[in-house]
Write a protein that binds this ligand. Sequence first.
Ligand SMILES: NC(=O)c1ccc[n+]([C@@H]2O[C@H](COP(=O)([O-])OP(=O)(O)OC[C@H]3O[C@@H](n4cnc5c(N)ncnc54)[C@H](OP(=O)(O)O)[C@@H]3O)[C@@H](O)[C@H]2O)c1
Length: 321
Amino acid sequence: MASIGKQVGLVLSTFIPQRRTPDPRHAIPASDKDLSGKTVVFTGGTDGMGRVAVEMLSNMGARVVLLGRNEAKGMAVAREIAAAEGRGSVEFQSCDLASMASVRACAERVLTDHSRIDVLVNCAGANVAERIVTEEGFETVWAINYLGPFLLTTLLLERLKSSAPARIVNLSSDTESLGHIDFDDLQMEHDFSTLKAYPQAKLALNAFTIDLARRLEGTGVTVNCLNPGFISSNLLRDMKGVQGLFRYVMRVFASPPEVGADRIVRLAVSSEYQGVTGTYVSEDAIAVPNPEALDPAVREKLMQVSESAVSRFSLASRSAM
Ligand SMILES: NC(=O)c1ccc[n+]([C@@H]2O[C@H](COP(=O)([O-])OP(=O)(O)OC[C@H]3O[C@@H](n4cnc5c(N)ncnc54)[C@H](OP(=O)(O)O)[C@@H]3O)[C@@H](O)[C@H]2O)c1
């Protein structure tokens, strides 16, 4: 369990006004801004900072494949961005990260429709107030923030490799420092709290990022995780009671979505991060993640339980159909 001091520190830090605009010292060089011919697969681009990032990528000429759980909302976002005359294009594909069957079906469609994937951004995330178990038997926070992105990445990996140089960006959170991967109760059957579930899932995503970077050495595919900072968004929509108050704190003190979007797009395309892999980028700099993410034994165990949990949804398996 994280120390009380760490928890209090994180809460207090939400009352510090955050930057209003992206840091100009890290501006993406103009020469990196031509993404014509590049395909970017993007989850979580229907709202918050992800939506702004999709707009930026489209304006740079990318073909963005927007993966989302809400078809009407996703199609509307794709239409709005197209109407704003972005240089690239945005197409919507249905993908509910809480459902591994949906992730697999989506990955199959993406692989059929797109011969290359230059960038994968796992931006979707959710904070859920109560323990909800999906039809497939997964706790929802774990499924959306970790297991779904884990499966999606695994299913698209060969296409990323054949498109190298390619990049993967995983959206983490500074709450990962409060996390602990409880292998005895990953689904939090005994003691659910969103304050434990969300940091655990983000920590797992960090551990997966570091592990994957090792396995991708020499392939030309890099993978990094990002704490985008404290960004005004809809992330806390489900929070109730005292936790719900943080929605108001967010509105007042957090950075606008443009700041988070800029950090995502930088990690996805800027030469500032060329060849950089296996790192945890916190806001504008590489940082040290939770020690559990750096522990090879934790990572190996996580890989085993993750592969076993999604094995029936692999492309080779027919049992998920
Ligand atoms: N905001 C912050 O201060 C902060 C800090 C640290 C990390 N983050 C991380 O940053 C990322 C972006 O979050 P945000 O703050 O921009 O939040 P947001 O406004 O709530 O956007 C979240 C996005 O994830 C999508 N999503 C949620 N559940 C999904 C599911 N089951 N299947 C597919 N898509 C799903 C949402 O889709 P809908 O449009 O359908 O709702 C939306 O597009 C998240 O990973 C979050 O954990 C945020």
